[in-house]
Design a protein around this ligand. Structure first.
Ligand code: UDX
Length: 452
């Protein structure tokens, strides 16, 4: 035992499991509460229940050293803990607002066991004002609890690197003592990050992290505003892609051209099938709905959503124009996770593309290198799922690349020709290939906002 604060993490999703595994390696006794018994059993066996590069090694080591303690028991963990991180899920309500049931349930359950002067850190993405509602609940209990908002910016696929080498740590709240305790915790992670990176096989970085303390409401808004801004960049690139298609311009050239202006930057301007995942769609609709609660109409964000929603259909319409009809056409979709490096299929554009084709009565075959079959229940039931590229049907009418997995972005022209067979069209829904290079090989190509 050391003198460092003891931690409990509520919820072992992408944020909770990554944060917990890293804190355990930084020397903190870390309880990890996961109520889902199947997930808990997987974590207790030394593995993550989702794919995230390098994470299993940290879990395994944390279990071995007994610094990471997965449990389903609040009674066992909270009374001993000085800092509680709430990392529970906030799924979408049907109206686009986030469902805060787990956030409040976790806080109320933790409250039954909290020791006085515990620090309650909110990492779940919650609408602005949620912190004040929770502070009221804590205050009514008569227990002195310091509440902080500490938004999380990690990306799936690079979760460990993002947690070890963040650009900034934002901490919102009123208690300077609690802010200082949390800052110390992250500084300790910084001190240990090279060793943790090596253990998990992540490259060391020489990044300087900025610590910023803010108003509680600002911290709550920073997370969703950051994601909304990035989502807006993608929809902006997609709207210019649609224009490019009309005027024979190339959206990749345009985005490269504007991105060289450092005020704009090149990141998140890749046009294609649009954004998906567990964050962008939810955070944009969460921001729109919380602004509405305060009488503010965020039209820019609504347009962002509209453009994003139309991209899969827009791409399939381009294919339809070439093939006249999709009925009985043989179409292959490569990539079903919402992006490369993850097994997550939430709001996956690949699945949207497959389902639109299925609706048009095409015959669909899909392949993804990591996604599990059991996570594909949103796919139209007529879809055939295969486990390797070699099982794909020969001579398809089209192959749609939907996810930036390296194995789909680095095909040689010969491999593409072999996969496409006699008449097939390559639909590059992520603009991974250069149409001019493919044209030399007579590869039939459809990109997004690129001449084909
Ligand atoms: C995002 C934020 O980046 C991260 O900071 C936050 O903590 C969680 O939400 P994540 O959802 O893991 O992370 O994925 P991200 O890499 O941001 O990509 C989101 C989506 O946008 C993916 O579907 C991706 O394919 C798409 N995208 C990204 C584009 O379509 N074009 C781009 O230029 C960049």
């Amino acid at each position: 035992m050391n003198n460092l604060p003891t931690i409990t993490i509520l919820g072992a999703g992408y944020v909770g499991l990554t944060t917990g595994s890293i804190l355990a390696q930084a020397g903190y006794q870390t309880y990890l509460i996961e109520p889902n018994q199947k997930r808990l059993a997987t974590i207790k066996s030394g593995r993550s229940f989702f794919f995230e590069d390098g994470l299993d090694t940290l879990i395994e080591k944390g279990l071995k050293t007994k610094m990471l303690l997965p449990t389903d028991s609040y009674a066992h963990s909270i009374p001993q803990s000085d800092i509680i991180f709430s990392c529970v899920g906030t799924p979408d309500n049907p109206d686009g607002s986030p469902n805060l049931e787990y956030v409040f349930e976790a806080a109320k359950t933790a409250l039954q066991y909290l020791k006085p002067k515990a620090i309650y850190v909110q990492k779940s993405t919650v609408p602005v004002g949620t912190g004040n509602r929770l502070i009221d609940i804590f205050a009514k209990s008569g227990l002195k609890v310091d509440y902080l908002s500490n938004p999380e910016f990690l990306r799936e696929g690079t979760a460990i690197a993002d947690t070890l080498y963040p650009d900034r740590i934002i901490i919102g709240g009123d208690s300077s003592a609690a802010i200082s305790t949390l800052t110390d915790l992250y500084r300790r992670v910084e001190l240990n990050r090279q060793a943790i990176a090596e253990l998990s096989g992540i490259a060391n970085q020489a990044k300087v992290c900025r610590y910023i303390s803010t108003e509680l409401s600002s911290a709550e808004l920073i997370k969703v505003t950051a994601n909304a801004f990035l989502a807006m960049k993608i929809s902006f690139a997609n709207s210019i892609a649609i224009l490019s298609d009309q005027v024979d311009a190339d959206v990749v050239e345009i985005m490269d051209g504007i991105g060289l202006d450092p005020r704009i930057g090149t990141a998140f301007l890749r046009a294609g099938r649009g954004y998906g995942g567990g964050c962008f769609p939810k955070d944009v609709s969460g921001l729109v709905s919380s602004a509405q609660d305060h009488g503010v109409e965020l039209k820019l964000m609504r347009s962002t959503q509209e453009i994003n929603a139309k991209m899969p259909g827009y791409i399939i319409d381009k294919l339809k124009t070439r093939l006249t009809t999709l009925k009985n056409k043989q179409i292959i979709i490569l990539g079903l996770s919402f992006k490369a490096g993850t097994s997550d299929t939430r709001m996956s554009p690949g699945i949207a593309l497959a389902n639109i084709c299925a609706k048009n009565q095409a015959s669909i075959t899909v392949f993804d290198p990591i996604v599990n079959r059991e996570d594909l229940d949103q796919l139209d039931t007529s879809t055939r799922i295969v486990d390797s590229i070699s099982e794909l049907p020969a001579n398809p009418d089209a192959i749609i690349i939907a996810t930036e997995w390296p194995e789909f972005c680095n095909f040689t022209p010969t491999q593409i020709i072999n996969l496409l067979g006699k008449e097939g069209i390559l639909v590059d829904a992520i603009n991974a290939y250069n149409p001019k290079s493919l044209a030399q090989y007579d590869i039939r190509y459809i990109g997004v906002g690129r001449r084909s």
